[in-house]
Design a protein around this ligand. Structure first.
Ligand SMILES: [Zn+2]
Length: 170
């Protein structure tokens, strides 16, 4: 088990849509374990494989950040198959550290995926879980939460990041 470096905004791997997982083998299980360590160490409630530089359709969510057993979800090849409602809340990202912005997301989403044993499953997420599911699926499609911002808000956050990059603090 190992804590992997988290790729930040500006890293090209975050912008490339990930490839579906075709084999659930020992190396994938090791990647999942390392991603769990990385997510808890950050700490964060979600992590997509391309955030650790692996362009595979795999993501984790644990709203308890490892504090409550049974709350770790491993989603392989996830697809959102239904979405309902709308809710606007603050959102952040481990790849865009120290920035939060309000983003509108569905209130409820239904996710179809494989678990780490290769079983096909479906799960409804609501509220923060729905938000995390949408945020991580965005990552797997090469997206970032700042893509949802418009106008002044978007300009402001991107300007601040480019300043940090130039000063070598990113
Ligand atoms: Zn993120």
């Amino acid at each position: 088990m190992a804590v992997l470096p988290i790729r930040k905004y500006g890293d090209e791997v975050l912008r490339v849509p990930t490839d579906p997982v075709d084999t659930i083998d020992d190396s994938l299980q090791k990647l999942i374990d390392d991603m769990v360590d990385t997510m808890y160490a950050a700490p964060g409630v979600g992590l997509a494989a391309n955030q650790v530089g692996v362009s595979k359709r795999l993501m984790l969510i644990d709203l308890s950040v490892g504090k409550r057993p049974g709350e770790l979800h491993v989603f392989i090849n996830p697809e959102i198959i239904e979405a309902e409602g709308e809710i606007t809340e603050e959102e952040g990202c481990l790849s865009i550290p120290d920035f939060v912005e309000v983003v509108t997301r569905p209130q409820r989403v239904r996710l179809r995926y494989l678990d780490r044993n290769g079983e096909q499953r479906e799960m409804w997420g609501e509220g923060l879980m729905a938000r995390a599911m949408c945020h991580e699926v965005d990552h797997l499609n090469g997206g970032l939460f700042v893509d949802h911002l418009r106008g002044f808000k978007k300009d402001r956050i991107l300007k601040k990041i480019s300043k940090l990059v130039k000063s070598g603090m990113w």
